[in-house]
Design a protein around this ligand. Structure first.
Ligand code: ADP
Ligand code: MG
Length: 243
């Protein structure tokens, strides 16, 4: 489903940083991959490359067989197939929950009003927030807003869901409700790449864990491998700091 070959990315401004250095990885359909690593290690840059929010300087990325770095590829189509959820929920503040979840369905997927509404209500129910359909985002808690953001991404019927620290901005008591929605998605077979510091989630849900440092994949393996006998000193150090 995702095939990343030798991508590199250097930012020049404000100062030169090699954010990704020759990263390769493949993710199979239905696989859940958790990306961990210290701040600044390139996790966000990596995940953002997967839906063309960042463009690598070198390398290739295929999403379900489509070369997304080919100038002829329709990036908007790629983005409908690859949903993304950010740390900051990014809901449209002047639209209701329901409007947030129907807008792109109507504009991008060209669905009729009824169809979009039906789909939105199914998804709001799925994330446990159907009773808030007609309120505005600022009337919701952070956890509720993030669940709406997940519903909004799912409304495009994506083949892949990317999550970049989806619970990092939440109060502790709200982390569980968002992780529960993500666990359900994983169980249903969604292909997912998740950047998170929630090691319980990684242990329980990940098929594979990737540890990044200084723009490179240092180590990857099953959660058992990772949490029981990591090989690299940098992995051990990182885990000792966060566990
Ligand atoms: P992480 O998500 O692991 O914290 P990032 O991918 O955000 O790491 O960042 C990797 C490196 O690239 C960091 O040094 C960061 O400062 C730099 N970086 C990320 N995005 C940009 C950008 N848009 N412009 C300049 N530098 C950036
Ligand atoms: Mg990040």
């Amino acid at each position: 489903m995702i095939d990343v070959r030798n991508i590199s990315k250097t930012f020049i401004v404000p100062h030169e940083v090699r954010a990704l250095v020759d990263v390769s990885n493949t993710v199979k359909a239905g696989e859940v991959v958790v990306v961990i690593g210290p701040s600044g290690s390139g996790k966000s840059t990596f995940i953002r490359c997967l839906n063309h929010l960042e463009v690598p300087d070198e390398g290739h990325i295929f999403i379900d067989g489509v070369d997304i770095l080919d100038p002829k590829t329709d990036i908007n189509k790629v983005r409908t197939e690859v949903g993304m959820v950010f740390q900051s929920f990014n809901l449209f503040p002047h639209k209701t929950v329901l409007e947030n979840v129907t807008l792109a369905q109507r504009v991008v997927r060209k669905r009729g009003k009824e169809e979009a509404l039906d789909r939105a209500m199914i998804l709001l129910k799925k994330v446990g927030i159907q009773d808030k359909a007609n309120v505005y985002p600022d009337q919701l808690s952070g956890g509720q807003q993030q669940r709406v953001a997940i519903a909004r991404a799912l409304a495009m019927d994506p083949k892949i869901m990317l999550f970049d620290e989806p619970t990092s901005a939440l109060d502790p008591e709200m982390i569980g409700e968002v992780l529960d929605v993500m666990k359900t998605l994983a169980r249903e077979g969604m292909t997912m790449v998740v950047v998170t510091h929630e090691m319980g989630f990684a242990r329980e849900v990940a098929d594979r864990v990737i540890f990044m440092d200084h723009g490179a994949v240092v180590e990857e393996g099953t959660p058992e491998h990772f949490f029981r006998n990591p090989t690299h000193d940098r992995t051990k150090l990182f885990l000792s700091q966060i566990l």
